[in-house]
Design a binder for this molecule. Sequence first.
Ligand SMILES: [Zn+2]
Length: 154
Amino acid sequence: MTKLKYINDLVVPYSNNVRIDIHLIFFEMRIQQYCKHCNKELQGRTDKKYCNLHCKSAFQYQQAQEQPERFYNRVDNQLKLNRRLLKNFNKAGKATIRTDQLNSEGFNPNYFTHYWKNTKGDVYLFVYEYGFIKRTENTIEKYILIQWQDYMEK
Ligand SMILES: [Zn+2]
């Protein structure tokens, strides 16, 4: 909604036969926003989308209920990307890579399919047949990359 307000027209004498007309025009812009969950008018900041955190989580819950495949696809896509990256950086069967390098390619270590614990108790996370574990060497965070082996099945 846009409102246009006229405040004033000033006429300023300049000399005997010249005058300057000054028109002052004032624009007021108001874009009304409504809560995405309860449709109540929102007050304050124009970038707000919800009344409060309750409305936000209620809306997101409802969306997730209506579109469960969206969540499935998001997880599925991240797993596929993770697997592709682990595969690309682990051609030899074992490799080391800086975490920031792999993460900058889109790798997200929170998405994995299963884990394997070795006899020392180290937990390797796997994305299908490609595994990784985080290590810090000389204050540099790295992933050790390994591949799934038959003996890990037990
Ligand atoms: Zn609301």
